[in-house]
Design a protein around this ligand. Structure first.
Ligand code: ZN
Length: 390
């Protein structure tokens, strides 16, 4: 079986002949006299694409043969001519990632950051390195160095060599035990034994952006965006920046200063608001106390819906400063306070009137808050009168 991706990684459509068909667990796997489908390996993900316009569900390598998984609803025959077509966007993305990774691994090695594993993912590329843990400045400098090398448009050259010949290449890491070795050279810069698919020259990688750094198994794992993903990331950042510019009404250089000013203003407003809120609560408590002074033994009031968050504070002021039993309601919430347990035990009141008033809730001695089902002020006042006079 000819592995056409080894010779020409830009070949994305080809006619081939089925040489073998096998069925495994209701799936059909096809083998051809040649294939352009890379089965994955060396950190690179497998190709996607179609066979006679029908999707390839999976590609894998077994004993040096490449198998292509397809749905079992089509009658395939040995000897049949089939058109293979790659999902080129996906393959080209993977070519950019793989060539970019070789370049980065080499550049990082100049700083004694030796690659121990790579993952060329669908969103980003992760390179795990050993050596002293890098810092942000170092990685930004490496990013710039990488992009300088991209602009040089250095050719990537593939060498198929025997084991005996391999010593003439200064390989980044020792090759496996194969008889024939494929060396991917970034012209006069990096030499790696690799079976993956690569771009023709470094300019095709496009752009490289360092994105993140984390510690894993005592190593640094560095996250990179390469090629199309780096472009998309920059476009997203630019769009976000435009949105923030509109919101903050200033240029990006002034963002930090503008945010600091706004934070300061918010801090001052919060302080001011605290003062106003306190004085508002005291005035409101005075008002509520006055309205009930001559009528009942307790302040029973239904407050505006927007005062719902004031309930506990208002009730506490009425108990502490006016020695009042207070039952305050807003929306479906209530708060009950008692200045002392002899006057009215809030827990006893809850036990006795829970069902009558449809109350749910609890709290420490002298204070209860919760949900009320029947906000009937007359009924509540009546219940409180009986409880207090007892
Ligand atoms: Zn490789």
């Amino acid at each position: 079986m000819k592995k056409l991706y080894y010779k020409d990684s830009y070949l994305n459509r080809v006619e081939t002949v089925i040489t073998e068909i096998k069925s495994v667990d209701k799936a059909v796997w096809l083998r051809f006299d040649a294939t352009i489908f890379y089965p994955g390996g060396g950190g690179q993900l497998p190709d996607k694409g179609t066979l006679n316009n029908l999707p390839v569900l999976e590609v894998k390598e077994e004993n040096s043969h490449i198998w292509h998984k397809v749905a079992n609803d089509v009658d395939w025959k040995p000897g049949q001519i089939v058109e293979q077509q790659l999902d080129w966007t996906w393959r080209y993305y993977n070519m950019q990632q793989h060539s970019g990774q070789h370049l980065l691994s080499r550049i990082m090695e100049t700083e004694d950051l030796k690659t121990v594993s790579v993952h060329l993912g669908k969103d980003h590329t992760l390179i795990e390195v050993e050596g002293a843990f890098p810092d942000e400045q170092q990685l930004l400098a490496l990013e710039q160095q990488a992009n300088d090398l991209l602009r040089e448009a250095r050719p990537l050259v593939i060498h198929e060599v025997s084991r005996q010949e391999i010593s003439r290449f200064p390989l980044r890491k020792p090759p496996g035990t194969w008889r024939q070795i494929r060396v991917v050279e970034i012209m006069d810069y990096d030499y790696s034994a690799c079976g993956g698919t690569h771009v023709k020259n470094t300019a095709e990688i496009g752009y490289i952006k360092w994105l993140g750094l984390e510690k894993i198994r005592g190593h640094a794992r560095i996250k990179w965006l390469i090629g199309q993903k780096a472009d998309a990331h920059l476009r997203k950042i630019f769009q976000n920046m435009q949105n923030v510019k509109t919101e903050l009404q200033c240029e990006p250089e002034q963002f930090a200063e503008r945010i600091a000013t706004l934070k300061n203003e918010v801090g001052n407003l919060r302080k001011e608001n605290k003062v106003y809120k306190r004085s508002h609560l005291h005035l409101r408590a005075m008002e509520l106390n006055k309205a009930h002074e001559n009528s009942t033994k307790a302040v029973v009031a239904e407050l505006h819906p927007e005062e719902i968050s004031y309930l506990p504070d208002l009730a506490k002021i009425l108990a502490a400063e006016y020695a009042q039993v207070a039952f305050l309601i807003s929306q479906d919430r209530f708060c009950l306070v008692s200045p002392n347990e002899q006057h009215l035990s809030t827990s006893e009141f809850m036990d006795n009137y829970r069902d009558t008033l449809g109350l749910r809730g609890g709290g420490p001695p002298g204070f209860v808050q919760g949900i009320i089902q029947k906000a009937d002020k007359e009924l509540i006042a009546g219940c409180l009168k009986v409880a207090i006079e007892k």
